[in-house]
Design a protein around this ligand. Structure first.
Ligand SMILES: [Fe+2]
Length: 365
């Protein structure tokens, strides 16, 4: 185990004051505020930093436009930190600042960092029991009422990448991430080795016909985890009362990760997502290979036109990553990543070249 979550997301935005008001209304706890910078501190001691787009946080970043320009990953121990930094330093500059955070740029141009997360706090939440016909879990007891959504931690961050597979392979081979799922044509979900989140990062194909995708490396959204559907809806209503733009899709549930979602347009660029009730997975999980529209949702409140005809029920396992009887099953036509593919930097020496998922390769042309 090494990376245990997202310790900081650093936004570079056009209007720091406006974005500060947005995240205050969104429910993030404001910690520090200055004329050109604001910091929010979440219950797990992760940070959301807002600063001006004029300040490039890491030299060499190739991210276009506003949004999250740097993700700092929290690391469990000093020895894990030293091992990861030593590996990264083999072929790139790694700058360690006064606070001990290591900053670097990934092969795809994303700026990231590593920090020993010694003040990481466990988050505790309580869900209400759910009644269903013939199945009483709350007798003479109503559900709890809350006044505001209060995100608990930063669950994942999403970037549009012109080379999804290369972006993923770097995270896998250099930072110990695992593939969670493959959404054919659209992208790859990946989880840090020290978390049970379905994914902590998603690389969305920048060449796919997706809103905002223009072939360039861009920020897409951050997911802020809340407790349940009620907290999502309380947050939604509050943001609307404050005059912020409404979500296009409304509330929905992804089929991939089973997670409830609400994407809100944000003045930071991209979107801010309230998320709840995601699948939790560990190294026993076998990644799925999803038909993209089938995977995108189980249901959505404001069904977009592209989803009006539904989708083919098409999901399987990524066969090259599934247990087999001694050989790699050849029957997955969409993904051909090698099976012994670096579960961790310590065992990344497979000697096998990574190969691009064929459909993603075609889509990238
Ligand atoms: Fe998300």
């Amino acid at each position: 185990m090494a990376i245990i979550g997202i310790e900081t997301v650093r936004y570079c935005v056009e209007d720091v004051a406006l974005c500060t008001r947005y995240f205050d209304d969104f429910g993030l706890p404001l910690d520090e505020r200055g004329p050109d910078r604001a910091t929010f501190l979440l219950p797990d001691n992760s940070k959301v930093i807002l600063q001006s787009l004029a300040d490039v946080p890491v030299e060499g970043s190739r991210l276009a436009g506003p949004g999250v320009h740097e993700v700092i990953w929290g690391v469990d121990t000093r020895s894990s930190f030293d091992r990861l930094v030593a590996g990264l330093s083999a072929d790139r500059d790694v700058r360690i600042d006064d606070a001990g955070t290591a900053h670097f740029v990934c092969d795809d141009g994303l700026a990231m960092g590593l920090k020993v997360w010694d003040d990481h706090r466990e988050v505790r939440t309580a869900t209400d029991p759910v009644n269903s016909p013939g199945n009483i879990r709350r007798m003479n007891t109503h559900r709890k009422w809350i006044a505001r959504a209060r995100p608990k931690y930063i669950q994942h961050v999403v970037f549009m990448s012109p080379d999804v597979e290369a972006s993923f392979v770097f995270m896998r081979d250099r930072l110990g991430f695992r593939m969670s799922d493959h959404q054919r044509l659209l992208g790859i979900f990946a989880r840090a080795d020290g978390t049970t989140d379905h994914h902590n990062i998603y690389f969305l194909n920048a060449n796919a016909p997706f809103p905002g995708a223009d072939g360039r490396l861009r920020f897409h959204h951050v997911n802020y985890a809340v407790t349940d559907l009620d907290e999502i809806m309380v947050g939604k209503n509050y943001m609307e009362r404050k005059g912020w733009d409404r979500s296009i899709w409304g509330v929905g549930r992804h089929r991939i990760a089973s997670s409830l979602f609400l994407y809100l347009p944000a003045p930071t660029g991209g979107e801010a997502e309230y998320g709840a009730d995601s699948d939790a997975i560990d190294d026993n999980w076998i990644p799925r290979s999803w038909e993209p529209l089938f995977g995108i949702a189980h249901w959505m409140h404001e069904m977009p036109a592209f989803w009006s005809q539904g989708a083919d029920w098409d999901v399987g396992f990524v066969a090259s990553l599934a247990p087999s009887r001694g050989s790699v099953a050849p029957d997955d036509p969409t993904l051909s990543l090698p099976v012994a593919q670096g579960r961790h930097p310590d065992d990344a020496e497979t000697g096998q070249a990574s190969t691009l998922p064929r459909e993603l390769r075609n889509a990238a042309r």
